[in-house]
Design a protein around this ligand. Sequence first.
Ligand code: CTP
Length: 415
Amino acid sequence: MTTPTVRQRRVLLVVGGGIAAYKTLEVVRRLRERDIAVRAILTRGGREFVTPLSLASLAGDKVYDELFSLTDEAEMGHIRLSREADLVVVAPATADLMAKMAHGHADDLATTALLATDKPVLIAPAMNPVMWEHAATRRNVAQLRADGIAVVGPEGGDMACGEVGTGRMAEPAAILAAVLARLDGGVGRLAGRRAVVTSGPTHEPLDPVRFLANRSSGRQGHAIAEALACAGAEVTLVTGPVALAPPAGVATVEVESAREMADAVDAALPADIAVCAAAVADWRPAEVRDAKLKKSDDGSALTVALTANPDILKTLAQAGPRRPRLVVGFAAETEDVERHARAKLAKKGCDWLLANDVSPATGTFGGARNRVVLFERDGGAERWPELAKTELAERLVARIADALEADTTAAVGAG
Ligand code: CTP
């Protein structure tokens, strides 16, 4: 894998005092996964919600929380702290912190660093909906925007305080996307590219109450869709029934059966990138009963005839002029993984195939981690270490960006 050598990017993260601070820890984890350095300032209020130790452990750096700590002032003044970063992020940005920022207060390390910085600032507000709607907060937000400060969120929905309305901090994925966009000068590596991703199982109806399905959770496909969106791609995620929230910044189309999935994928074309991570049922009941199927009184066995479903990956890979430039499939195998994967790559006609072992002992189906071997059409094979599905998604997306950048004129895998 070719990774461009660039200077490590740095974020100064101010963690304010709000329940949403726990989500900030996830943002830190994801920034670190991308090798972005995170130096954190924990406000006095922030300390009530997350510990300096958890923040420091995830950030891999010490956490700053006192303005007049002599050692820190000697080692790292607040001016340097705020200037060494490429971007300053405030998450959660409480109503109080925003009011102080809007008025230029500097009465603790966080506000002093925010006043002293010459770097772009991104805030992720989080507060009670009534506080968010209050005229004072509206004035402060308007002032901060006028001062050139970028704002991500807040979102609507149920609040931790039990109220419903706008005020929930943006999800980690949305904050991450906003951070990456700013660090990359507003342009992700896949900006301007269109991608379609399939995810989850399909449900193949037998009668109004029964269906054939499989154990796919959709975690891998959803993580890939989200990672593509974070890299700036315009993503359509076509997903079978899953228990996951639609990823932020992705157009999600929910389907049930393989045929519905095939139609939705077709409607999402043209695309530059296709990633088929869905566990599509290969067969469906040949006949779908209008009424619930009754068991017979004599207890005799039921035979259900199955008919083949469309192969979405193969259709995409062999779509002629409508073929996405890069078509990526997965091979879910339970034995002799590599041999089956190579045969599948040839049969489907895709460019890359990520082969994973889904036998029950691996815990891949429904689990949070995955281990794959990436097979390329030209015969190359890359064995990846076991990774969290989110990390695997990010690695795949970096690999996709490398491939598209390396060959912007000729088709990466046309044929
Ligand atoms: N796939 C698809 N449409 C299907 C079946 C599979 O798009 N009807 C895609 C999957 O999303 C995956 C790849 O094909 O990217 C391989 O899926 P897998 O279940 O491993 O292979 P199958 O083609 O179903 O072959 P088999 O079950 O015989 O191993």
